[in-house]
Ligand binder design. Structure first.
Ligand SMILES: [Zn+2]
Length: 155
């Protein structure tokens, strides 16, 4: 278990500093139960603004969820200090943009959706509310990967 990093690979054209915006940014993930291996069929999102206290005074997590199959109580936490922008110089390379502390809930897939912003390279213009899901649908090269562990994926 431990930490799982989400890596993004994209082709930015004339923009840089692609970043998730705000505490209410939704990280859409598919989660696997680390105990029994069950993978959720639905996309679930976690946000920085959500904080759930863990039992026994073990701090807090972004999401606490009981596995439907094995009933184990699992949690996952967004490590806010690890959130990084994807810049023009990162083009075509995988870069870690966030890490999650996983206590039983392991992300196995990520679906970038709305809520990103980026800056124009020359103009400095801020482009807000970029929806990466539309770009994926249009065939623009945006790819994500989870590392490390045996649950890497490419899309
Ligand atoms: Zn389970």
């Amino acid at each position: 278990m431990g930490k799982i990093a989400l890596q993004l690979k994209a082709t930015l054209e004339n923009v840089t500093n692609l970043r998730p915006v705000g505490e209410d940014f939704r990280w859409y993930l598919k989660m696997k139960c680390g105990n029994c291996g069950e993978i959720s069929e639905k996309w679930q999102y976690i946000r920085l603004m959500d904080s759930v206290a863990l039992k026994g005074g073990r701090g807090s997590a972004s999401m606490v969820q009981k596995c439907k199959l094995c009933a184990r109580e699992n949690s996952i936490d967004i490590l806010s200090s690890t959130i990084k922008a994807y810049n023009a110089e990162d083009n075509e390379k995988f870069k870690t943009i966030v890490e999650f502390e996983c206590r039983g809930l392991e992300p196995v897939d990520f679906q970038p959706q709305a809520g990103f912003a980026a800056d124009g390279v020359e103009s400095g213009t801020v482009f807000s509310d970029i929806n990466l899901q539309e770009k994926v649908r249009l065939g623009e090269p945006v790819r994500c990967s989870m590392v490390p562990g045996g649950n890497s994926f490419l899309r």
